[in-house]
Design a binder for this molecule. Structure first.
Ligand SMILES: Nc1ncnc2c1ncn2[C@@H]1O[C@H](COP(=O)(O)OP(=O)(O)O)[C@@H](O)[C@H]1O
Ligand SMILES: [Mg+2]
Length: 264
């Protein structure tokens, strides 16, 4: 697996999550193990309700683990370990675009001139410099999600956790942001765990795609994506891309059907 050497950046071992359901305990995640190497981009896909968000929240430390362990290797001291980007625009409506992007730096005690400079640099990179003084309600959904993404990146996190960050966007905006995300990742090489329900997006962005089973969520298969980088939207038109897509879909479609039956 990717010639992973030494300690993985994220090590999830035999992770279980049990929720107290209405008809008794409900196993959301069952014996789920996953190692993510430093600098690796890993996507997790699986039918809706299979425990993807639950897993991500546990990695982020936002939810408790019922059993098993999740460890994130420490990097430079004093750094925040991870940053999370959610599907819904989790940005502060009462702060301007630039204040939102600079927020994590403010929390870390970075001086005002420095945090504004860093935030401005990120806004520049994603074409939002002109909107620095706008409030979230004055910009589009795509722009808001860009703000959410660069706000996470401005913290220079060691691990970036993204839960369907482009899920709420229209198809065209989504393509543009996919491209941007790919470009930024290829420059920064952050360790990323990326949840998506888009198979195309998973194949396009990832070094490795993890397929989860319908509830209770288990690891079903992993796929190394050996498409050359840099990639672009045009990568999706290559035969290799279609092969990956078909290979993964042949496994995923059965799980989606199973999940739909469970919900009936
Ligand atoms: N806080 C919660 N309390 C009880 N059940 C939950 C809670 N969060 C999620 N679940 C249940 O756990 C399962 C996995 O949910 P989730 O992780 O959100 O799935 P996914 O992100 O893959 O769609 C679902 O059946 C969901 O209803
Ligand atoms: Mg989810």
């Amino acid at each position: 697996m990717h010639g992973m050497i030494g300690t993985p950046k994220i090590a999830a071992r035999h992770v279980c999550k049990v929720y107290p359901g209405v008809d008794g305990p409900m196993v959301a995640l069952d014996d789920f193990s996953l190692d993510v190497a430093d600098g690796e981009f890993v996507s997790v896909i699986g039918p809706s309700g299979c425990g993807k968000s639950t897993f991500l929240r546990m990695v982020a430390g936002l939810d408790t683990i019922s059993s098993g362990t999740i460890e994130i290797a420490r990097g430079k001291a004093g750094r925040p370990l991870n940053s999370v980007v959610f599907q819904e625009y989790a940005i502060f409506p009462w702060k301007t675009v630039i204040e939102n992007v600079a927020f994590g730096l403010l929390m870390r005690g970075v001086s005002r001139p420095e945090r504004l400079a860093v935030a401005r640099g990120w806004l520049d990179r994603v074409g939002l410099a002109k909107f620095a003084a706008y409030y979230p309600h004055q910009i589009s959904g795509g722009m808001k999600q860009r703000v959410g993404i660069v706000r996470a990146l401005a913290n220079d996190p060691e691990v970036l956790l993204m839960d369907e960050p482009l899920g709420a966007l229209d198809a065209q905006t989504r393509l543009v942001l996919q491209d941007e995300l790919m470009r930024i990742w290829e420059e920064t090489r952050k360790t990323v765990v990326y949840i998506t329900h888009s198979l195309d997006e998973a194949v396009l962005l990832s070094d490795r795609v993890i397929l989860m089973s319908a509830q209770p969520g288990r690891l079903l298969a992993t796929f190394d994506i050996d498409l050359p980088r840099p990639r672009s939207a045009a990568t999706m038109n290559t035969p290799r891309f279609s092969e990956y897509r078909e290979m993964i879909w042949s496994r995923l479609s059965g799980e989606v059907a199973r999940a739909m039956e469970q919900q009936q």
